[in-house]
Design a protein around this ligand. Structure first.
Ligand code: SF4
Length: 137
């Protein structure tokens, strides 16, 4: 991170998809790789309706990149079902969800969405990329 910030400044992710993916690689992908070392299963919170990319995922899959079984138990849950479950089980949630943030990432790369926008429109809003950081591609 120090090398990236020294060479490109603190906000290089706004300048290109390549720079943004470089930052995501250092801050997210590489640490996750270390965290998953020695694990046999990775349980995620991804849901199919969140994006076209996630809509192609399976409930249980083999993650070749991390050499683990990837289990996505919420994959087929709708937003409505999630909200009902959270409500009826009194589960604490991030207050930003009620302020227009259905998807929350790093602060400089996340904004609230407005009615009618895609779930992940607030992530890297300046890009027209597939709105993934690389963890689930
Ligand atoms: S989401 Fe986080 S890791 Fe990815 S570019 Fe933005 S600040 Fe970097």
């Amino acid at each position: 991170m120090e090398k990236l910030v020294t060479e490109k400044g603190p906000n290089s992710f706004y300048e290109s998809v390549e720079n943004r993916k470089e930052c995501c690689h250092i801050r997210k992908i590489e640490p996750l790789k270390r965290a998953l070392q020695g694990a046999t299963i990775w349980v995620t919170g991804v849901r199919a309706e969140q994006s076209a990319n996630r809509n192609t995922m399976k409930l249980v899959d083999w993650d070749d990149q991390h050499q683990v079984i990837k289990y996505n138990p919420l994959l087929l849950w709708t937003e409505k079902e999630i909200l009902e479950f959270v409500d009826s089980n009194k589960i604490a949630v991030n207050v930003l969800h009620k302020k227009g943030y259905p998807s929350i990432g790093c602060a400089p790369c996340t904004r609230a969405i407005v009615a009618g926008e895609d779930f992940r429109a607030g992530r890297w809003w300046w890009e027209s990329s597939n709105k993934e950081c690389g963890l689930h591609e």
